[in-house]
Design a binder for this molecule. Structure first.
Ligand SMILES: NC(=O)c1ccc[n+]([C@@H]2O[C@H](COP(=O)([O-])OP(=O)(O)OC[C@H]3O[C@@H](n4cnc5c(N)ncnc54)[C@H](O)[C@@H]3O)[C@@H](O)[C@H]2O)c1
Length: 373
């Protein structure tokens, strides 16, 4: 297995040099003195050349597998379209590389099961990029929930409303490339919240819909219509007796909020309610019986990952917590421990997402047991 060690920084290869790598992962690596960006792969030669210069990387290839198995790479970040995650992850695991892979891990839970088993059996660190777990108010909400401050949890509620243009989403709007639309792109993060906060979900009943045909690219060219959802919802029953309701859409006009959209994830417990909101991630709404929800500042210890040198007061709050993903990935490698959230967490979220599609198709509730460890 590629190591991390001693005084040598972990050599990271980024596979997929598009939007999320530039927005989250490269700034995260730059902030972490224990990591260095060594290599990059992208199938688009023009973008690859541009990123080589912008990111200052010497090893570059249009072949993702070359970087996934490169001797000068210890760890890879897979940030390519969803259909390509599995072969890259399997090659990286076989070569003993630690892997952080973007969500959704694959096109369906069967693919993801194979990825999880490969990474587990290769004994590499594996991590799913469930970004919003790292938001300060989500961290604090989790703390309140786990320490009993909210009492017995009764309801989980998640809303993710975006106001996106109705032009083409590129690869994201085709089932063979993305697996699903809003459900896999957005709602899957919120399924992960729920599993992390409240534990296993026993069964779900879900529905999806597509409203926008997306037959024009943003620069006005015609394209094949979308065949994935742009709205998804479900209700679920947790093993601990709580109930959950989730809704997501990219077509909520008027919900721009500086591009961050509306996100609301809430727990109603027997002693109180707590709400995380993406657009104000350093503030948690709290409420007790007879009072109204009111904002409180997230305590300093929850504003960033423990030990990270990041200054949480710098930059846009709804952007900068995303850099903590890398801190967690590199910490797990350096400390020789599993990363959180792992591929196992990515698999369990994917099982629920797949059950939503099945429920919609069959018009019935679907049981959703956790995957075998
Ligand atoms: N965690 C998050 O919050 C978050 C946010 C955005 C995107 N994502 C996920 O990240 C992944 C990438 O999304 P994006 O928005 O950066 O997409 P993007 O289209 O901007 O970038 C993808 C890049 O991968 C390249 N590519 C395509 N096939 C490839 C292959 N086989 N090998 C190497 N490179 C290849 C493309 O040329 C492109 O540059 C997706 O899985 C998406 O769901 C996660």
């Amino acid at each position: 297995m590629a190591g991390a060690t001693g005084d040598k920084p972990v050599r990271v290869g980024i596979i997929g040099a598009g939007a999320v790598s530039d927005y989250h992962h490269v700034p995260g690596i730059r902030l972490d003195p224990r990591a260095t960006l060594t290599a990059v792969a992208d199938t688009d030669p023009a973008l690859l050349e541009k990123r080589k210069g912008e990111w200052g990387v010497s090893i570059a290839s249009t072949d993702p597998l070359e970087i996934a198995t490169h001797p000068e790479v210890d760890a890879v970040i897979i940030a390519t379209p969803n259909f390509s995650h599995k072969p890259i992850a399997l090659a990286a695991a076989a070569a003993g590389k630690h892997i952080m892979c973007e969500k959704p891990l694959g096109l369906n839970a069967t693919e993801v099961q194979t990825m999880y088993e490969a990474a587990r059996d290769a004994k590499v660190v594996h991590m799913t990029a469930f970004t919003y777990r790292f938001a300060p108010s989500m961290r604090y909400l989790r703390h309140l929930m786990k320490t009993g401050a909210l009492g017995t949890p009764r309801h989980f509620r998640s809303q993710r409303f975006l106001d996106w243009p109705e032009t083409s989403w590129g690869w994201r709007q085709y089932k063979d490339k993305a697996g699903a639309g809003d459900l896999y792109d957005m709602t899957i993060h919120r399924l992960d919240f729920a599993l992390d906060l409240l534990g296993p979900i026993q069964r779900v009943c879900g529905s999806v819909a597509r409203f926008a045909p997306r037959v024009t690219t943003p620069d006005g060219k015609p394209c094949e219509p979308s065949n994935v959802d742009d709205w998804s919802c479900l209700i679920g029953e947790f093993a601990n007796g709580a109930t959950g309701v989730w809704e997501g859409t990219t077509l909520a006009k008027g919900y721009n909020r500086d591009g961050f959209g509306h996100e609301w994830a809430e727990i109603n417990g027997s002693e109180g309610s707590a709400v995380y909101r993406l657009h104000e991630p350093n503030c948690l709404l709290l409420g007790k019986t007879g009072s109204d929800l009111a904002g409180i500042d997230v305590p300093d210890e929850f504003l960033k990952a423990a030990g990270s040198p990041r200054d949480p007061r710098q930059g846009k709050p709804a952007t900068v917590f995303r850099y903590d993903l890398i801190w967690e990935f590199i910490s797990a490698i350096v400390e020789g421990r599993p990363a959180v959230p792992s591929f196992y967490d990515g698999l369990n979220a994917q099982i629920i997402a797949d059950a939503v599609l099945e429920s919609h198709e069959k018009r019935m509730w679907i049981d959703t047991p956790l995957a075998a460890v």
